[in-house]
Design a protein around this ligand. Structure first.
Ligand code: GLY
Ligand code: MN
Ligand code: MN
Length: 432
């Protein structure tokens, strides 16, 4: 932070799901990263020039009746005792304290347009101070959006964070392995979703990091298919994109495998191409390479794959120039992963020149190439129509390469078949 500055970082609020019920609360990622405080309706004030209380938390006060109805609260004592705030006050006092908190500081770190009510309090303060014509007032004259700074901090994971991400990854990977063992024709996509999410929560995850995608057959060609309510058919593939959230940290894994435990030749042909590209792009995710170069690399490799399968015709270079590959591969090869599934951090080192960012140790990125052949695509060989395949792992960039956090769930097709064919797994499937 700049000299003589102060930061105001709000917590999230509960969100209405319908009428008078709320979604399960999820803390704001920046607030969580900085404070670890789990409750809604709080504000952190960070003022390094305040010798006594550089870190203050405004929180919901203890309230017997409210707590009986809606759950326990830390209150101001808990905020100090359990969350290491130097001082804590009831949230109702925040608007009253605001002039005292901000006056005399040159810089205010605050992100507008996330918390509209808080925006209004800060705007009110600024306009009141303006009326005083700076004769007696000294409001901050520079307002800095802390998004980029916090994004940089969050982008490079500490050892502790890596450990939590590894836990999220391990729980998620094992949920995928469980699905491989249990899936059989006739099972509903919703049952697979329930099975995996139940496993995640039973292993200490707070829930899923994003809505699970369980798409059988050509549902796999819909990128954000989340209905998850169709029966899985013999002879089809199922694409599962599901990841747990552990201590706020996300995992993001996709596996695609045959519902009946055996790939058809056509499915295997497409699968082998996606897997080969995925392995190469994992290798590529290391210091020295850039995010954009990796994207281009995935496009080049997948375009060659499309040529091999007969999905496209022509020269690789021309097809890339004309973006012909976008018919079958229309998303990025990966993204930063952390507290948010599409995590904070800049993808460019120089926004004006759009210089792509090199991978750096401590970054975690997904690697998720895919091929999606629409069911009614007359130009594709008939045997490939309706096949959608994505394979996604989570990779930590290290000093000397990378570490695949989600390695423990199989993606080698022979290995997947042997897991699904194992007599014990087949027997369990047939008896349930
Ligand atoms: N599951 C979201 C993503 O893969 O980006
Ligand atoms: Mn995913
Ligand atoms: Mn992803």
């Amino acid at each position: 932070m700049e000299k003589n500055s102060v930061a105001i970082i709000p917590a999230a609020h509960e969100q209405t799901r319908s009428y008078d019920t709320e979604f399960r609360f999820r803390q704001d990622s920046d607030f969580w990263y900085l404070t670890g405080f789990p409750e809604p309706d709080a504000v952190a004030v960070i003022d390094p020039s305040n010798d006594k209380s550089p870190f203050m938390l405004y929180v919901r006060p203890r309230d017997m009746e409210m707590e009986t109805w809606f759950g326990r609260r830390q209150g101001v004592i808990g905020a100090v005792k359990n969350y290491k705030a130097d001082a804590s006050f009831p949230i109702d006092k925040f608007a009253i304290d605001l002039p005292r908190l901000l006056d005399g500081h040159d810089t205010l770190y605050y992100r507008f347009s996330v918390d509209k009510a808080l925006d209004q309090q800060i705007l009110n303060y600024l306009s009141n101070q303006r009326l005083r014509r700076l004769k007696t007032a000294y409001p901050p004259h520079t307002i800095v959006d802390p998004t980029i700074i916090l994004g940089e901090m969050r982008l490079h994971k500490t050892e502790d964070e890596v450990e939590m991400m590894q836990t999220a990854a391990t729980i998620s990977a094992d949920a995928h392995t469980l699905a491989m063992k249990k899936v059989k024709p006739g099972m509903n996509e919703s049952q697979v979703e329930a099975l995996m999410e139940s496993y995640m929560r039973s292993k200490g995850a707070n829930g899923v990091a994003y809505n699970s995608i369980v798409g059988g057959g050509d549902n796999a060609t819909i990128l954000h298919y989340v209905e998850n309510n169709m029966p899985l058919k013999d002879g089809d593939l199922v694409l599962i994109d599901a990841g747990a959230e552990y201590q706020g940290y996300a995992a993001d894994i996709t596996r695609t495998f045959p519902v009946n435990g055996r790939f058809s030749n056509a499915q295997r042909e497409v699968y082998d191409i996606v897997l080969d590209v995925q392995l190469k792009c994992i290798d590529y995710t290391k210091t020295g390479n850039t995010v954009r170069a990796r994207q281009n690399y995935s496009i080049e490799l997948l375009t060659e794959g499309m040529l091999k399968l007969g999905l496209l015709k022509g020269k690789t270079k021309d097809l890339i120039r004309k973006k012909a590959y976008m018919k079958y591969y229309m998303h990025g090869v990966g993204h930063y992963l952390g507290l948010d599934v599409h995590d904070a951090g800049r993808y460019f080192t120089d926004q004006a020149a759009k210089s792509s960012r090199p991978f750096e140790p401590g970054m975690v990125l997904t690697v998720e190439p895919g091929l999606y052949i629409p069911p009614d695509d007359k130009s594709a060989p008939a045997k490939y129509r309706g096949i959608g395949i994505r394979i996604e792992d989570d990779v930590l960039v290290t000093e000397d390469g990378n570490r695949n956090l989600t390695e423990r769930v199989s993606k080698n097709p022979d290995e997947i078949e042997s897991i699904m064919q194992k007599p014990a797994n087949r027997a369990a499937r047939n008896s349930s």
